[in-house]
Design a protein around this ligand. Structure first.
Ligand code: FAD
Length: 465
């Protein structure tokens, strides 16, 4: 297979995404000049971006808020396929957005177990993690229909041009020209958000394939087929779908300032060229899926909170930088975050501090950063192309030995501090050089921040008994 497998429309969209990513900061944003206290406002909430964050729009509209949603594409038009762990789907029912039967119908397939495999190392199985394949189109269509039925205003094909915040609300300007006013702006614009200031990004390409030789009972969470090439460690992910289909992605970690000129297009070239290293078979591409997955190592500053602007989803970087299950993280977190936002609206507390407090970061996320930066080769000189594989092999063999609960919690971003330390100790036993290797990749400031986070969590754990 070659680039010819991508339709002209797909290539156009790839280029638009690449441009949109490069130009994401070009918005006219001001922290003054917006509506005064007591001014008439059209909406309670304006949601910028109707991708997966549409779940916020649908839920808040169903709870009686006046909601407007706009997206530069069609609202609810995904170009992804998603997998998730079964338990993570509960909030879709708890929120009353879907019935249990509707959620069951969203799950296309549930496979037996997942694996992680590092080139030159072992294969490490895990159960009850990312084992449900969700019909992304059906989910997004369902959210769009629910938002509309609950009275939300939907503006397809409108991009954010800028916004101005005032004491009484926020005025949002769109392109083509249109102005909306609201009490709060929710930014769900994902990796292209003008607020996103992530320090890591994974260009990700692939799609739904037919004709590959796969085991339909096994999801492949992280797999490598070679060492570092061109200063990058490429990683595959793949999971079975209906009728012998297999969704697969190729991605790598990079700091945004080191992205090549056409990140998605050049990665697709590699995807087609190296797919036979990963899977045998006479493959055809049924549906291309791609995008930028942003991440925060949390070892450098995150975006500061703003008055009347709440970041959600990928724009907020809520998922783990290491496993980036953004879909799982969003479905898991939207309900408490949306309910906390409703409370802030009721109390009319919409300043930066009040909005920042709608989200409490799980401890596991705070400590992944040091490990994640190991996935970004080229930050420091290294002569061994297998360094990332060897380190991850030691880490995942420890996880597998520590059992499904801990291994699963690690992959789902839910590992607690004590379990994280158990995992680090087990890995250090297998590979005593691990701390030296991790610290060699970090700057002094990053080491200080990581140690401070680990120390803070240890103290909290100790004082709470
Ligand atoms: C290829 C790929 C595969 C993935 N697979 C998985 C998976 O299997 N499991 C998992 O847990 N996670 C997965 N993820 C991550 C998951 O898709 C994201 O975490 C999730 O989609 C984030 O939702 P979001 O609403 O924040 O952003 P998005 O879903 O990216 O939506 C952002 C929306 O904002 C719109 N937008 C952008 N800029 C503007 C603008 N200026 N004006 C108006 N609208 C704008 C876009 O058109 C888009 O509709 C995958 C990601 C990718 C790229």
């Amino acid at each position: 297979m070659t680039m010819e497998a991508l339709s002209p429309e797909t290539r156009e969209h790839l280029e638009a995404l690449e441009r949109g990513f490069a130009e994401r900061a070009r918005c006219d944003i001001a922290s003054d000049g917006g509506p005064d206290r007591g001014a008439h406002l059209d909406f309670d909430v304006v949601l910028a971006g109707g991708g997966l964050s549409l779940v916020y729009g649908a839920y808040l509209a169903q709870r009686g808020l006046r909601v407007a949603i706009f997206d530069k594409r069609r609202i609810g038009c995904g170009h992804r396929e998603w997998n998730i762990s079964r338990a993570e789907l509960h909030p879709l029912v708890d929120s009353q957005l879907f019935t249990q039967a509707e959620v069951d119908a969203l799950v296309q397939l549930e496979y037996d177990h997942g694996i992680c495999r590092w080139h030159g190392g072992g294969t490490y199985p895990v159960r009850r993690v990312l084992d449900c394949v969700v019909d992304a189109e059906r989910l997004l269509d369902g959210l769009r229909a629910r938002a509309e039925a609950a009275g939300a205003t939907l503006l397809d094909h409108h991009a954010l041009a800028g916004y101005r915040v005032g004491k009484g609300g926020v005025t949002v300007t769109l392109s083509p020209a249109r102005t909306l006013s609201a009490r709060v702006l929710v930014d769900g614009m994902g990796a292209q958000s003008p607020h996103a200031a992530f320090d890591l990004v994974c260009p990700t390409v692939g799609g739904v394939m037919r004709g590959l030789e796969v085991d339909a009972r096994v999801g492949e969470i992280l797999v490598t087929t070679e060492g570092i090439e061109d200063d990058r460690q490429h990683i595959w992910e793949g999971f079975p779908g209906l009728d012998g289909r297999f969704t697969t992605y190729l991605f790598y970690y990079v700091e945004p300032q080191h992205l090549p000129a056409r990140p998605l297009t050049s990665l697709y070239e590699r995807f087609f060229a190296t797919l036979p290293r990963y899977k045998r078979g006479d493959a055809t591409l049924v549906k291309p899926t791609y995008g930028f997955i942003p991440a925060y190592s949390r070892l450098r500053p995150m975006p500061a909170a703003r008055d009347r602007v709440l970041l959600v989803g990928d724009a907020a970087g809520r998922h783990s930088p290491l496993t980036f299950c953004g879909f799982g993280s969003m479905v898991r977190s939207f309900l408490p975050v949306a309910d906390a936002l409703r409370e802030r609206l009721d109390a009319d507390k919409l300043d930066a501090r009040a909005l920042a407090s709608v989200w409490r970061e799980p401890p596991g996320l705070a400590v992944m950063g040091g490990l994640t930066l190991m996935m970004v080769p080229g930050r420091r000189p290294s002569s061994d192309p297998n360094s990332v594989n060897q380190l991850l092999d030691a880490a995942f063999s420890s996880l597998a030995e520590l059992g499904d609960d801990l291994y699963g919690a690690f992959v789902r971003d839910q590992i607690g501090f004590s379990d994280f330390m158990r995992f680090m100790r087990a890995t250090a036993k297998k590979r005593p050089s691990i701390y030296d290797e991790v610290f060699a990749q970090l700057s002094k400031a990053e080491i200080a921040r990581w140690s401070w986070k680990l120390g803070g969590l240890a103290l909290r754990k100790w004082t709470s008994g």
